[in-house]
Design a protein around this ligand. Sequence first.
Ligand code: FAD
Length: 482
Amino acid sequence: MDDFLCGLTGRVVLPIDPTYQEARQSYNRAIQQYPLILVYCRNKKDVSNAVKWSRRHSVPIRIRNGGHNYEGYSNGDCTLIIDLSEMTCMDLNKSTNQIYLEGGVTNIQVYEFMASKGYPFPGGTCPTVGVGGYALGGGWGLSCRYLGLGCDSLEEIELVNYKGIIKKANRKSNSDLFWACRGAGGGNFGVIVSMKFRLPPRVRKVTLIEIDYLNVSTEEQEVFLQTWQEWLKDADSKITLISRIYNSPEDGLAMLVRGIFYGDPCEAKQSVRDFLILDKAVYNIEYLTFLEAVTIIGSTYPTEEKFQSVSRFVLRSFDSNEISEVVNLIKKRSKGSVFCGLSMYALGGKVSEVDIDNTAFFYRKARFIIWLETIWEDNDFAEVNIEWIKNRFPYLESVTEGSYVNFPYKYLPDYLDEYYGNHVELLRKIKKEYDPFNIFSFPQGIKATGDCYLPLLQNKRKDVSKSKININHRRFRYVAKR
Ligand SMILES: Cc1cc2nc3c(=O)[nH]c(=O)nc-3n(C[C@H](O)[C@H](O)[C@H](O)COP(=O)(O)OP(=O)(O)OC[C@H]3O[C@@H](n4cnc5c(N)ncnc54)[C@H](O)[C@@H]3O)c2cc1C
């Protein structure tokens, strides 16, 4: 065994190790996969060694940081997981106006670090999501209409390529790779071991917005969706909201709004008045530090859950029939579902000011992302919940365009077109140049033409421990009140 592992540096976890069963888990516990080896890298050299080792032994690679990919694409049976979660150095340089992050930093780590220096950060809502995984896929956050997507602040990356060599990419050097990594970078071109982001303006306080509507009717959900799409047409770019219509045993049919306004509560209240005057609105509008606001939003996330979901971009207003149909999608939960909902993530503002071809993120002109999900607890209901999404996808698809790669769906037909629109061909060319043998691959990855260099080791599957674990998981309700 020692000979087999020779060359791998960092903390290695094997199926025989007591920590393996937990280490192999992804956020979405509905997906159970059994990697051959996990290597927790501590520096770039460990990453480079892992890439070289995988090629010597023909073991496919998966790159992992926060492990939050909805379909478990940072994991895989019989793979070598290159895990970056122990590479968490951060450095703020005022003279270059940049923050340097190692590839394993998470949202909450960067939020806390930046707050200690007086800055916000255009990160995501879930504290344990990896900043790399988030920004490489675009990166929608509660600051995006004001500061842009996560990838819009990215100024440079360092990547370990398929030869194990470190490459820098920015607007001047390897600019095509840099372009591709801003929207299509997750798992596709190499292991991003560090990132430099432009610093946002310093901010002392922001306004947190929380609005809830419990036990509403279908008609009230329709009015809410209509209000949402009207509000977005000329909303202030200082505000970014997520809204949701949902169905849960505790709240019945319900709705919520969460958001951050870069300004004071009076202005914030004005900005969301259309939502506040709706029947049954209960709200909290509070002036807080940026860190306090993102911590409150983040505190509602569980550490794991079992779910299936699909995302789409919305580029136009729904008419009244379409609004009824969309709301109807969540009227009845699947058997065994403890929550189903349609979340809407506001775009526009700074996001749409960037030219479509400036980064690989294609859907700049979309008004919002819509995300349909169902959550269950008991494994016996997995199949029926997956079918529930499958049955609703055709309607959602018919009134929307394209899917957000950070909210992937494994049953998406033509997934490359759906994720990357007209950018697909250029992305394929860049893939061919920077990873010609598909060393970095996963089920919905961008493929260079030609066969995968590494054979898939189907037979190895037998060697891997497959004992089922009983996870003591918490029931998830995203809207948990404080
Ligand atoms: C609860 C929850 C909340 C979320 N909220 C938001 C949100 O508000 N906004 C949003 O935009 N997204 C959100 N997401 C989606 C999230 O941004 C993506 O799933 C993201 O890719 C996760 O990154 P990760 O490092 O945590 O996950 P991982 O599963 O570790 O990685 C995700 C993908 O990126 C690749 N990858 C990760 N790190 C690197 C690296 N350093 N180099 C190369 N490839 C890498 C992996 O191979 C994989 O394909 C959320 C996800 C969850 C589960």
